[in-house]
Design a protein around this ligand. Structure first.
Ligand SMILES: [Zn+2]
Length: 468
């Protein structure tokens, strides 16, 4: 049986400052090496000071993943040399003197399977290494320390996954959960990275390091399972090792033999005292936890009779659920939900578009009012949404500017129908013989009125004209 376990690194991008100093957590806005200080550069004599908010955010993650929280947390030095690590050690957590990491023993339900969360730890991100130029033989390597010391949460699962597909479903659930908690923006480049370890029956564990996209992780896991199966079938030993994903060749490549914990010479970080997690703080965090995605979904289905799939789509995405939550009333919730999942999603399907969109909840409720009072057609609402998304203008202004008012006047529609009957003689004969083809004629009227004709009235009038 295939066994897959994950280590997911997630940046706490919503925090203001780094984990142990007051440099900005949002390093992305700076020129290289302009977001640094003696602490995150590891200069002699500097002392780390733990960011209380980072402890709180990490604890919220632990709570949302149904983890136990320890009485006290401790930090450790993980020693290794690497150019992006100016201190020559990373401050992280480890459970050697009992459970002193920020959380443990949690779980996430993925479809019918319970994926156990073994441990959650708070640690600092290293800097970034940039290889100048596209060539693999480039001699120039640049180091940007702006990221060094950024707060990171590492989430370690048990090897409970049986397929790469299950991993992808889990990562989608996790990234929605982190976003819903308001602690991270998993869509940002580099904000969520994962290591996967894979073993097949009878083989040793192989780790694939540091993959930045879920899509690539799934491909890498697929590749690795096939590689191991093929070795196994040929009676070649599968060695325990670390491999990396070569994005260009779409294969995993052996990178180094796996270090064991003792190679890192972990020891207690004595510059940071053991910290007792205050019960008052824990109670406060628990009380202020945002509503979970599953409870939101349940509420949408039960209270507003929204289809389960529609409720799922809205509840799991923070942008859509915010739009929905601020737009609906008891009477129009279902309509708003459908407008979001049929039209809004079509235009705003990426995080980037979500950020740039100027659609507000008010626009949505006004458009639904206009549809329900027959001022505009459903089709026109779609056209209006596209314009509003770009300009952010008021609903009424957009409807007037684009002349989207619904045509409900019977004589006006009858005139257009007469023209269509002249132009589409064969379709009229067809519709008389086979009533199910009548929609073609309705479509023509819609085309001519740019989607503004009242569709119900149009159908009625066409039917009566066909009988006459
Ligand atoms: Zn700093």
């Amino acid at each position: 049986m295939t066994k897959i376990g994950l280590e997911i690194h997630c940046q706490l991008t919503k925090l203001k400052s780094k984990l142990f100093c007051s440099c900005k957590a949002n390093y992305r806005e700076f020129e290289p090496n302009h977001n640094i200080c003696p602490v995150c550069m590891g200069l002699p004599g500097s002392l780390p000071r733990l960011n209380q908010k980072a402890v709180e955010s990490a604890t919220r993650i632990a709570m949302a993943l149904s983890c136990e929280t320890p009485e006290k947390i401790a930090f450790f030095r993980k020693n290794y040399f690497y150019p992006d690590l100016p201190k020559n050690f990373q401050i992280t957590q480890l459970n050697v003197y009992g459970d002193t990491s920020i959380g443990g023993e949690g779980y996430v339900n993925v479809e019918d399977k319970k994926i156990k969360i073994r441990r959650i730890q708070l640690e600092e991100d290293p800097g970034r290494i940039i290889y100048e130029g596209a060539s693999e033989r480039t001699k120039i390597t640049l180091i940007d320390y702006n990221r060094a010391g950024t707060p990171l949460v590492e989430i370690v699962t048990d090897p409970d996954f049986e397929s790469p597909r299950q991993v992808r479903v889990f990562l989608n659930i996790l990234s929605d959960l982190l976003e819903n908690l308001g602690v991270a923006e998993p869509g940002l480049e580099g904000a969520m990275r994962a290591d996967g370890n894979v073993s097949i029956e009878g083989g040793k564990k192989v780790e694939i390091k540091n993959i930045g996209s879920f899509h690539d992780l799934e491909k890498a896991l697929h590749f690795e399972i096939t590689r191991q199966q093929s070795l196994f079938e040929r009676d070649i030993e599968i060695v325990q090792e670390t491999r990396h994903w070569d994005d260009k060749r779409k294969i995993t490549v052996s990178s180094r033999s796996k270090e064991k914990d003792q190679d890192y010479r972990y020891f207690l970080e004595n510059d940071i005292p053991w910290i007792k997690l205050d019960q008052g703080m824990l109670d406060g965090l628990k009380k202020n936890m945002p509503e979970s995605i599953s409870s939101k979904k349940e509420r949408y289905v039960e209270k507003y009779d929204i289809a389960s799939q529609v409720a799922e789509i809205i509840a799991s995405d923070k942008y859509y659920s915010n739009l929905f939550e601020n737009a609906y009333s008891d009477s129009n919730a279902k309509d708003i939900a459908n407008l979001i999942t049929t039209d809004v999603i079509g235009f705003i399907d990426t995080k980037e578009k979500q950020q740039n969109s100027k659609i507000t909840s008010r626009h949505l409720s006004e458009l639904i009012d206009a549809i329900n009072s027959k001022t505009i057609t459903r089709n026109s609402a779609k056209v209006a949404l596209q314009e509003i998304m770009k300009s952010g203008k008021g609903t009424r202004e957009v409807l007037e500017e684009l002349d989207l008012g619904q045509v409900s006047d019977s004589s006006e529609i009858e005139n257009i129908i007469s023209q269509i009957f002249e132009e589409e003689k064969q379709a009229v004969i067809d519709a008389k013989e086979r009533p199910e083809t009548v929609n073609f004629l309705v479509g023509k009227v819609m085309q001519k009125t740019k989607g503004k004709a009242d569709p119900v009235k149009t159908l009625e009038l066409i039917k009566s004209k066909l009988l006459s």
